[in-house]
Design a protein around this ligand. Structure first.
Ligand SMILES: Nc1ncnc2c1ncn2[C@@H]1O[C@H](COP(=O)(O)OP(=O)(O)OP(=O)(O)O)[C@@H](O)[C@H]1O
Length: 236
């Protein structure tokens, strides 16, 4: 398999049973990513961007098309027909997802949340402790917050923690769903530095951004979405 990720003719229809209505969220989507490539997607709200990422991550089951991923463990695998066990493994070890929101776990501190990400990959305890602190420091999360519960954090603090948790793993494939949407300029720059570092390390990324300036300086190619369909890509 030449590409790390190959999406062919992806379609997703949502059925709203209560309204007796169908929504064609995306149709005929083709995207291929080589190892180490960073592709950006822009487009209006509701045009289907998140649906693509959630279909790759296995949150949504698609009706048509294939999503082939070249896994380190399994080799070429179709994510649309992968078993739950395979998807769990891939989410823990190979595919990361940064959403716009942090899903907090009860009675789990910020430090534990980031460390758990590493521990579930089998990172030794001491290394996980060190990597966690390095990441929390990078995002300038106040040291007093490290052992507090994120439920009480500000929106920006939660977002920074969310990104830290996904990026600390150095996943092979990272899906970014508007990670910088409501961050201040300084925090955005911190995210940018890490993205650049991950690119150097060979991470492949597919990201949704509204901030075109942010995206253009980082991406190899850019697509724009309209009514569930992708435009031709622009290469930088
Ligand atoms: N779980 C769902 N159930 C029903 N409809 C959905 C669901 N998820 C998305 N949709 C619909 O599919 C379409 C595409 O949504 P999607 O979230 O992919 O758009 P988006 O481009 O990511 O939007 P935004 O930029 O606002 O996040 C929208 O019309 C949305 O209402």
């Amino acid at each position: 398999m030449e590409h790390l990720l190959e999406i062919k003719n992806l379609s997703k229809i949502f059925t709203l049973h209560n309204l007796g209505k169908k929504i064609h969220a995306v149709s005929g989507i083709d995207i291929s990513l080589k190892q180490g490539e960073f592709i950006g997607i822009t487009g209006k709200s509701g045009s289907g961007k998140s649906t693509i990422l959630k279909s790759i991550y296995g949150t949504y089951k698609i009706q048509e098309g294939s999503i082939r991923y070249n896994s380190k463990k399994y080799g070429p695998i179709n994510l649309t027909t992968a078993t739950a066990r395979e998807m769990i493994y891939l989410r823990k070890h190979e595919i990361g997802y940064v959403s716009q929101f942090l899903s907090v776990m009860p009675r789990t501190s910020a430090r534990e949340l980031v460390k758990q990400s590493l521990m579930e990959m089998g990172t030794p305890q001491e290394k996980a402790d060190w990597e966690t602190e390095k990441m929390l420091e990078h995002f300038e999360l106040d040291k007093e917050l490290w052992d507090s519960y994120p439920a009480t954090f500000s929106g920006g603090e939660k977002l920074r923690l969310n990104i830290a948790r996904a990026m600390v793993k150095r996943p092979r494939l990272l899906l970014l769903d508007e990670p910088t949407a409501s961050l201040d300029l300084d925090s955005k720059m911190k995210v940018k530095v890490l993205i650049e570092q991950l690119i150097k390390e060979g991470t492949t990324m597919l990201g949704i951004f509204h901030d075109l300036e942010f995206m253009e300086n980082l991406c190899d190619r850019e697509y724009s979405m309209q009514n569930g369909m992708l435009s031709n890509s622009i290469s930088y």
